[in-house]
Design a binder for this molecule. Structure first.
Ligand code: SF4
Ligand code: SF4
Length: 93
């Protein structure tokens, strides 16, 4: 049986993207359901899901929303492909 290993990605050791990125992902906060499907697919580990307060019928509700760290995002578009509700749109940088 082949042995495997989980490599933990430390974003602080990753190279910063700089100005060469051609496409940029943008999260539609209203569409995002905070499912975190996109998080493990990002090769740069630059997506986090943070909770955001939302007011619905005068009641405050907290909702998870994906946030992208553009310092490290390379614009590959994988996150937009895997999002089940198409909440990420790729735009020209
Ligand atoms: S475009 Fe690629 S690198 Fe940038 S957040 Fe999405 S999956 Fe990660
Ligand atoms: S952007 Fe899409 S895949 Fe990522 S947390 Fe939001 S709904 Fe889920």
């Amino acid at each position: 049986m082949e042995k495997g290993a989980i490599i933990k990605h430390d974003i602080k050791k990753s190279p910063r993207t700089g100005s060469w990125r051609y496409m940029k992902p943008e999260v539609d906060k209203d569409k995002c359901i905070g499912c975190a499907t996109c998080v493990p697919f990002c090769p740069e580990a630059s997506i986090t899901v943070n909770s955001e307060q939302k007011s619905v019928n005068n009641k405050k509700k907290s909702k998870g929303v994906a946030e992208i760290d553009y310092e490290f995002c390379k614009g590959c578009g994988v996150c937009a492909q895997v999002c089940p509700v198409k909440a990420i749109l790729m735009k020209k940088n």
